[in-house]
Design a protein around this ligand. Structure first.
Ligand code: FDA
Length: 400
């Protein structure tokens, strides 16, 4: 049944947010014959897709599994990820004659670059008859008689189903906001406040001028751990502190005040290695030995600040043990992170206990859906976040 005000255009579905999740949901709903209006305040669709993966869009990960996602309810993502898999997205890519390359750790990048992924999703929307309105700000949402009325800078529209696909507030200069949480609050749905994730760490000026001095730009493979997270990837020293995939990954598990543990020699028993070297080359300096397994500038800096640099033969057993311990369980306490300004994604969002894991519909508000990053499901670095956006968008698209 249509609402009383005949002058207000009515749709089956209004989707707010034409990003990764919103585009997928719109195409799927449109294919089912639903009349869909896709709204975005930006001047083009899929802006975060366009800048993703260094412009090549790391669009999925072959090893997608629920363990790669953080959420207060770790089971929530299972259903959607099982129903729309990386293989399903690859099927769509094949249909549009797009190809991909696998980088490390199952990360798939689009060979035709990020704009091709956006064009593909938009082509699917066009084929499905989706109406699009860009540069459109939403000022008010109301819900009466089982209809949603959305007041926008381009007039009012009504719909039977409303999908919130506005992402999270990371990179505010792109216009990102916490709109999703505000809508959840309006409908009295619980939420977990957004906080930055996949974000570089910052350190005190004392550390930057001391231990880290002259190291900006140096990268080395480490095993980093904090809380329940552990990742073996590259660490990058920056002018502000530490970044690189290992640090971005571990930032999602870090709480202010905690130390991050860094193993500078992953896959190696540092003490056994040092003891063997001590026997073989007692005159070799520690700095020289470390430079054989670490970037030389880092080896030198460690020997200027953390370890006394001597010929290996001059270290006693306890001193060697202490060096090995530092190398394999280096405890570093960041002062903070670079925050939303550079965070790739956000932790938090609409509390998943409020949503159906099959459809993403709010249990208390039939017809209201939340998908993508607005939901409290956050993936690891490496294509996992897009896979969640596709999967949650696809699931909602099957039933709106
Ligand atoms: P997304 O942010 O894509 O879309 C939200 C849309 O809603 C936007 O178009 C926005 O304009 C719109 N919107 C917001 N508020 C609104 C309002 N009030 N009214 C109307 N419209 C509104 N992930 C990954 O898996 N692989 C990768 O390679 C990368 N790379 C990457 C690089 C960088 C620099 C960033 C910042 C992020 C990534 N990501 C990533 C993360 C990925 O971009 C992110 O997880 C998804 O885009 C989330 O998809 P959503 O559709 O939920 O939000």
């Amino acid at each position: 049944m249509r609402p009383m005000q005949t002058s207000t255009p009515h749709y089956d579905v209004i989707i707010i947010g034409a990003g990764a999740a919103g585009l997928m949901c719109a195409a799927e709903a449109g294919k089912r014959g639903r009349q869909v209006l896709l709204l975005d305040k930006a001047d083009k669709v899929g802006k975060k897709i366009l800048i993703s993966g260094g412009g090549r869009c790391n669009f999925t990960n072959l090893y997608t599994n629920p363990a790669a996602y953080l959420s207060q309810n770790p089971h929530f993502c299972k259903s959607a990820l099982a129903r729309f898999t990386p293989q399903d997205f690859l099927e769509l890519m094949r249909k549009h004659h797009l190809s991909w390359t696998e980088k490390t750790l199952g990360q798939l990048f689009c060979e035709q670059k990020a704009p091709a992924v956006v064009n593909m999703l938009w082509a699917e929307c066009c084929e499905a008859g989706v109406a699009l309105r860009l540069n459109t700000d939403v000022s008010d949402i109301s819900h009466t008689d089982n209809h949603f009325q959305v007041q926008t800078s381009q007039g009012a529209q009504t719909a039977t189903a409303l999908v919130i696909a506005t992402g999270g507030p990371s990179i505010p200069r792109m216009g990102s906001t916490d709109f999703g949480i505000r809508v959840a609050k309006q409908f009295e749905l619980k939420n977990i406040p957004f906080s930055p994730a996949l974000v570089p760490f910052t350190f005190s000026q004392e550390m930057l001028d001391g231990l880290f001095a002259g190291l900006a730009g140096i990268s080395t493979e480490v095993a980093a751990s904090c809380g329940s997270g552990q990742f073996r990837e590259n660490l990058l020293f920056t002018h502000r502190g530490l970044s690189g995939p290992a640090m971005l990954q571990i930032s999602s598990y870090w709480n202010k005040g905690e130390a991050v543990e860094i193993n500078l020699l992953p896959g190696r028993d540092a003490l056994a290695w040092l003891q063997a070297l001590q026997k073989q080359r007692p005159k070799a300096e520690l700095k020289t030995a470390l430079a054989e397994v670490l970037p030389s500038r880092l080896a030198q800096r460690l020997c200027e600040t953390l370890f006394p640099n001597r010929p290996l033969g001059q270290y006693g057993g306890k001193a060697l043990q202490a060096i090995a311990q530092q190398l394999q369980a280096w405890q570093l306490t960041p002062t903070g992170t670079e925050g939303m300004r550079t965070a790739e994604v956000c932790l938090g969002g609409v509390d998943t206990r409020e949503l159906s894991s099959r459809t993403m519909e709010a249990r208390k508000v039939p017809g209201l859906y939340f998908i993508g990053e607005t939901v409290d499901v956050t993936g690891w670095l490496g294509g996992y976040n897009f896979q969640w956006a596709w999967a949650s968008g696809w699931c909602a698209g099957q039933c709106v």
